[in-house]
Ligand binder design. Structure first.
Ligand code: ZN
Ligand code: ZN
Length: 198
Protein backbone atom coordinates (compact mmCIF):
# COMPACT_ATOMS: atom_id res chain seq x y z
CA UNK A 1 0.00 0.00 0.00
CA UNK A 2 3.07 2.26 -0.32
CA UNK A 3 3.13 2.61 3.46
CA UNK A 4 6.43 2.84 5.32
CA UNK A 5 6.41 -0.17 7.62
CA UNK A 6 8.96 -0.24 10.43
CA UNK A 7 10.42 -3.21 12.26
CA UNK A 8 11.67 -1.98 15.61
CA UNK A 9 13.81 -4.40 17.58
CA UNK A 10 15.73 -4.49 20.83
CA UNK A 11 19.16 -5.82 19.90
CA UNK A 12 19.71 -7.31 23.35
CA UNK A 13 16.45 -9.20 23.91
CA UNK A 14 15.48 -9.69 20.22
CA UNK A 15 11.99 -8.53 21.08
CA UNK A 16 10.37 -6.54 18.30
CA UNK A 17 7.38 -4.54 17.16
CA UNK A 18 6.08 -4.08 13.64
CA UNK A 19 4.65 -0.64 12.97
CA UNK A 20 2.04 -0.20 10.21
CA UNK A 21 2.23 -3.38 8.13
CA UNK A 22 0.29 -2.29 5.04
CA UNK A 23 0.62 -5.52 3.06
CA UNK A 24 3.74 -7.48 1.98
CA UNK A 25 3.24 -9.63 5.06
CA UNK A 26 5.44 -12.45 3.74
CA UNK A 27 8.35 -10.10 3.16
CA UNK A 28 7.96 -8.60 6.62
CA UNK A 29 7.74 -12.02 8.28
CA UNK A 30 10.77 -13.29 6.35
CA UNK A 31 12.77 -10.29 7.53
CA UNK A 32 11.71 -10.88 11.12
CA UNK A 33 12.72 -14.51 10.89
CA UNK A 34 16.05 -13.69 9.28
CA UNK A 35 16.85 -11.38 12.17
CA UNK A 36 15.69 -13.96 14.73
CA UNK A 37 13.16 -11.60 16.32
CA UNK A 38 10.19 -12.35 18.47
CA UNK A 39 7.38 -9.97 17.57
CA UNK A 40 5.46 -8.81 20.62
CA UNK A 41 3.43 -5.96 19.16
CA UNK A 42 1.87 -4.80 15.94
CA UNK A 43 1.49 -1.05 16.41
CA UNK A 44 -0.90 1.04 14.31
CA UNK A 45 0.03 4.72 14.14
CA UNK A 46 -3.64 5.08 13.17
CA UNK A 47 -6.53 2.94 12.02
CA UNK A 48 -6.55 3.67 8.28
CA UNK A 49 -6.79 0.41 6.34
CA UNK A 50 -3.63 1.06 4.32
CA UNK A 51 -1.69 0.95 7.61
CA UNK A 52 -3.44 -2.01 9.23
CA UNK A 53 -4.37 -4.35 6.38
CA UNK A 54 -1.43 -6.64 7.22
CA UNK A 55 -2.37 -6.90 10.89
CA UNK A 56 -4.46 -10.06 10.67
CA UNK A 57 -1.92 -12.17 8.81
CA UNK A 58 1.00 -11.00 10.94
CA UNK A 59 -0.94 -11.57 14.14
CA UNK A 60 -1.82 -15.09 13.01
CA UNK A 61 1.83 -15.82 12.23
CA UNK A 62 3.40 -14.28 15.34
CA UNK A 63 0.70 -14.08 18.04
CA UNK A 64 1.69 -10.43 18.56
CA UNK A 65 -0.71 -8.05 20.26
CA UNK A 66 -2.25 -5.26 18.19
CA UNK A 67 -1.80 -1.80 19.71
CA UNK A 68 -3.86 1.25 18.74
CA UNK A 69 -4.85 4.56 20.30
CA UNK A 70 -8.17 4.36 22.17
CA UNK A 71 -9.80 7.02 19.97
CA UNK A 72 -8.98 5.19 16.73
CA UNK A 73 -10.01 1.84 18.21
CA UNK A 74 -13.42 3.39 18.87
CA UNK A 75 -13.67 5.33 15.61
CA UNK A 76 -12.64 2.52 13.27
CA UNK A 77 -14.85 0.07 15.16
CA UNK A 78 -17.97 2.02 14.11
CA UNK A 79 -19.96 0.13 11.47
CA UNK A 80 -20.35 3.21 9.23
CA UNK A 81 -16.61 3.84 9.25
CA UNK A 82 -15.85 0.18 8.56
CA UNK A 83 -18.31 0.23 5.66
CA UNK A 84 -16.79 3.37 4.21
CA UNK A 85 -13.35 1.81 4.00
CA UNK A 86 -14.47 -1.69 3.03
CA UNK A 87 -16.12 -0.06 0.02
CA UNK A 88 -12.57 0.88 -0.99
CA UNK A 89 -11.72 -2.83 -0.85
CA UNK A 90 -9.42 -2.63 2.17
CA UNK A 91 -9.45 -5.04 5.07
CA UNK A 92 -9.86 -3.58 8.56
CA UNK A 93 -7.63 -4.58 11.46
CA UNK A 94 -8.80 -7.17 13.95
CA UNK A 95 -9.88 -5.38 17.15
CA UNK A 96 -6.83 -4.07 19.02
CA UNK A 97 -5.66 -6.07 22.04
CA UNK A 98 -4.12 -3.03 23.73
CA UNK A 99 -5.41 0.54 23.64
CA UNK A 100 -3.01 3.33 24.49
CA UNK A 101 -3.25 7.04 25.18
CA UNK A 102 -1.10 10.15 25.39
CA UNK A 103 1.96 9.59 27.55
CA UNK A 104 1.70 5.80 27.67
CA UNK A 105 4.82 3.71 27.15
CA UNK A 106 5.09 0.79 24.77
CA UNK A 107 8.02 -1.33 25.92
CA UNK A 108 9.87 -3.55 23.45
CA UNK A 109 12.69 -5.26 25.34
CA UNK A 110 14.88 -2.35 26.39
CA UNK A 111 13.27 0.10 23.97
CA UNK A 112 10.54 2.37 25.24
CA UNK A 113 8.23 4.22 22.86
CA UNK A 114 6.36 7.17 24.30
CA UNK A 115 2.90 7.60 22.80
CA UNK A 116 2.24 11.14 21.51
CA UNK A 117 -1.42 11.57 20.59
CA UNK A 118 -1.60 13.69 17.42
CA UNK A 119 -5.25 13.86 16.29
CA UNK A 120 -6.15 15.53 13.01
CA UNK A 121 -5.48 12.97 10.29
CA UNK A 122 -7.64 10.58 12.34
CA UNK A 123 -9.10 11.05 15.85
CA UNK A 124 -6.59 8.65 17.42
CA UNK A 125 -3.52 9.18 15.28
CA UNK A 126 -0.34 8.85 17.29
CA UNK A 127 3.39 9.28 16.93
CA UNK A 128 5.94 7.01 18.62
CA UNK A 129 8.91 8.67 20.26
CA UNK A 130 12.12 7.12 21.44
CA UNK A 131 14.73 9.87 21.28
CA UNK A 132 16.11 10.62 18.78
CA UNK A 133 13.61 8.63 16.69
CA UNK A 134 10.04 9.72 15.98
CA UNK A 135 7.68 7.59 13.89
CA UNK A 136 5.07 10.04 12.63
CA UNK A 137 2.54 7.91 10.72
CA UNK A 138 0.39 10.11 8.49
CA UNK A 139 0.61 13.10 10.82
CA UNK A 140 3.83 14.56 9.40
CA UNK A 141 5.59 13.70 6.14
CA UNK A 142 8.88 14.94 4.75
CA UNK A 143 7.78 18.32 3.39
CA UNK A 144 4.10 17.52 3.86
CA UNK A 145 1.19 16.73 6.17
CA UNK A 146 -1.42 14.01 6.35
CA UNK A 147 -4.64 14.61 4.42
CA UNK A 148 -7.68 15.58 6.44
CA UNK A 149 -10.52 14.99 3.96
CA UNK A 150 -11.32 11.46 5.16
CA UNK A 151 -14.00 10.95 7.83
CA UNK A 152 -12.66 11.96 11.24
CA UNK A 153 -10.06 14.35 9.83
CA UNK A 154 -9.53 17.98 10.88
CA UNK A 155 -6.90 20.23 9.35
CA UNK A 156 -6.86 22.66 12.29
CA UNK A 157 -6.51 19.85 14.76
CA UNK A 158 -3.67 18.34 12.74
CA UNK A 159 -1.77 21.63 12.65
CA UNK A 160 -2.27 22.10 16.38
CA UNK A 161 -1.00 18.57 17.07
CA UNK A 162 2.12 19.11 14.98
CA UNK A 163 2.88 22.56 16.37
CA UNK A 164 2.27 21.79 20.04
CA UNK A 165 3.55 18.22 20.25
CA UNK A 166 6.08 17.55 17.48
CA UNK A 167 7.80 20.84 16.65
CA UNK A 168 8.63 21.23 20.36
CA UNK A 169 10.87 18.15 20.24
CA UNK A 170 14.65 18.67 19.81
CA UNK A 171 15.51 19.80 16.28
CA UNK A 172 17.77 16.77 15.74
CA UNK A 173 14.81 14.40 16.26
CA UNK A 174 14.65 12.00 13.30
CA UNK A 175 11.30 11.92 11.51
CA UNK A 176 10.25 8.52 10.11
CA UNK A 177 7.06 9.15 8.12
CA UNK A 178 4.15 6.85 7.27
CA UNK A 179 4.65 7.41 3.52
CA UNK A 180 7.77 8.42 1.63
CA UNK A 181 6.07 11.03 -0.55
CA UNK A 182 8.70 13.74 -0.01
CA UNK A 183 11.48 11.44 1.23
CA UNK A 184 11.89 8.64 3.74
CA UNK A 185 13.64 10.49 6.53
CA UNK A 186 13.95 14.01 7.89
CA UNK A 187 14.41 15.86 11.16
CA UNK A 188 12.14 18.11 13.18
CA UNK A 189 14.57 20.99 12.57
CA UNK A 190 14.46 20.46 8.80
CA UNK A 191 10.64 20.32 8.77
CA UNK A 192 10.47 23.51 10.84
CA UNK A 193 12.73 25.23 8.31
CA UNK A 194 11.36 23.93 5.04
CA UNK A 195 7.93 22.27 5.32
CA UNK A 196 5.68 24.65 3.32
CA UNK A 197 2.54 23.53 5.18
CA UNK A 198 3.75 24.56 8.62
ZN1 ZN B 1 -3.82 7.57 7.02
ZN1 ZN C 1 -1.38 6.33 5.04
Amino acid sequence: MAVCCYIVACEKTKKAAIVDPGGDEDTILAEVEKMGLSVEYIIATHGHPDHVCGNRKIQEATGAKIVMHTADALFFGKPEVENYFSMLGLEPSPAPDIKVEEGDDITIGEIKFKVIHTPGHTPGGMCLYNAPDLITGDTLFVGGLGRTDFPGGSHNELLTSIRTKLLVLPSETIVWPGHGYGGHQSTIGEEKRSNPFL
